[in-house]
Design a protein around this ligand. Structure first.
Ligand SMILES: [Zn+2]
Length: 417
């Protein structure tokens, strides 16, 4: 505290700044992070003009929960509080736009069996449904919080999470109440699979999901999701579910085209879903539809890793002009990782993404998939959510896979990990 930095230039507009961004606008009580080897802003108007808005030898100023200045280290304004990044890289906190963290139980045995050659089928979800229903609320919340802390330590500062392991009105509403205590990005996924009690009456289950269950769940959620897949819900059922949700003010997103080709992606575009998630099996028409829409293609390579499945083709989507997000799909069955850096490494190694594209997709891409403009970037006005990496560049996320390089995580202007 009270150790003013002695930058060469104070009270002059930064060369790389947006018009409103002048040093004189920075309060003395702000905090400046100096000596950043490379700063990813995700604002193309800052830095090198690429989508990452990369600034070498940079500084960042935070006031309360917001970024107020980003630019060259030599032009940083004087403030009372100074943090020396000491040559580390800084980038926006990860925006994990797809996870399933309200669950109980363990599926180690299923994973072990699958790695011995058995294919993954959607029915594995029933194991988690039984364990989740049997768990009390305290147990579910403790498990949720444990996984959120785990993700935060690895750099995730915004997360979406879903219901989908209750599949009764009471259990789905309970899951969403719990999720809403810990994140704003809550998704109602009563249509994860047909509840076991309705195995012979899937139409009756759709009536429940679009009727009393929706009534109980809508107040706690922002989004509605459906697993559109053989063995789960077909295109007509998915349309009915998402349309009913939209009528209650929930915005759609879809588990689409994960295990097979199907109508999910086209339906997502038709309904202006924020995101079509998985996108592993796409026709040319699917890719084209995504490329000409506001629907983000969210790729979840942890699922393909954990099920030894074919990778989604990120390169094909990017070359067509689609917006791509990268997320964990963290759940105990098909993708039990909370690590966005791990997903970035997979995307770079096996899905044709460059390290720059993968980082953008895991930050700004995730924000787009949640239709957020305040996170996923480090430019004046954005929330001060950031990661300090024990490396000079974000490229090390893929270059040094599996190494715990995240050294500090800040959320809303406070150091949290
Ligand atoms: Zn999922």
């Amino acid at each position: 505290m009270n150790t003013p930095d002695t930058p060469e230039t104070t009270n002059t507009p930064a060369a790389t700044a947006a018009p409103a961004q002048t040093n004189s606008a920075v309060a003395a009580t702000a905090t400046v992070i100096t000596n950043i080897a490379s700063l990813v802003t995700n604002d193309p108007s800052l830095g090198d003009g690429t989508p990452l808005g990369l600034i070498q030898d940079a500084a960042l100023v935070i006031e309360h929960d917001r970024v107020v200045w980003a630019g060259e280290n030599s032009k940083a304004p004087a403030t009372d509080n100074r943090v020396d990044a000491a040559g580390r890289a800084v980038f926006p906190g990860f925006v994990d736009s797809h996870s399933h963290l309200v669950f109980a139980g363990d599926r180690t045995a299923e994973f072990n069996a699958r790695m011995s050659g058995r294919p993954y089928a959607a029915g594995g979800i029933r194991t988690t449904v039984a364990a989740t229903r049997a768990a009390d609320e305290g147990e579910l919340e403790a498990n949720l919080v444990r996984h959120l802390r785990e993700a935060l330590r690895q750099g995730t500062t915004t997360f979406e999470t879903k219901s989908g392991y209750g599949l009764t009105t009471e259990d789905e509403a309970r899951a969403l109440r719990l999720a809403a205590r810990h994140t704003d990005e809550v998704t109602y996924l009563g249509a994860h699979i047909v509840a076991p009690e309705y195995a012979d009456d899937p139409a009756g289950y759709v009536e429940l999901v679009t009727g009393p269950m929706l009534d109980a769940c809508a107040p706690h959620a922002r989004w509605i999701d459906v697993f559109c897949e053989r063995g789960a819900f077909d295109g007509d059922q998915a349309r009915a579910i998402l349309t009913a949700g939209a009528a209650r003010g929930l915005h759609p997103r879809i588990h689409a085209n994960q295990l097979s080709y199907g109508p999910g992606v086209q339906l997502a575009v038709e309904l202006d879903a924020a995101s079509a998630d998985h996108c592993t099996h796409l026709t040319d028409a699917d890719v084209d539809a995504l490329a000409h829409s506001a629907t983000v293609a969210t790729l979840l390579p942890g699922a393909e890793f954990s099920t030894r499945a074919e990778w989604p083709d990120a390169r094909r989507l990017l070359d067509a002009g689609a917006t791509v997000a990268l997320s964990t799909d963290c759940n105990s069955g098909s993708s039990y990782t909370s690590s966005v850096p791990f997903c970035i490494a997979l995307a770079v190694r096996d899905m044709g993404m460059t390290p720059d594209e993968a980082l953008w997709s895991a930050t700004a891409g995730g924000a787009r998939a949640l239709r957020r403009t305040d996170v996923g970037r480090l430019a004046p006005g954005s929330r001060a959510d950031l990661v300090l990496l024990d490396a000079p560049s974000h490229v090390h996320l893929a270059y040094r896979p599996g190494v715990p390089l995240v050294s500090e995580v800040w959320r809303a202007g406070a150091r949290v990990a």
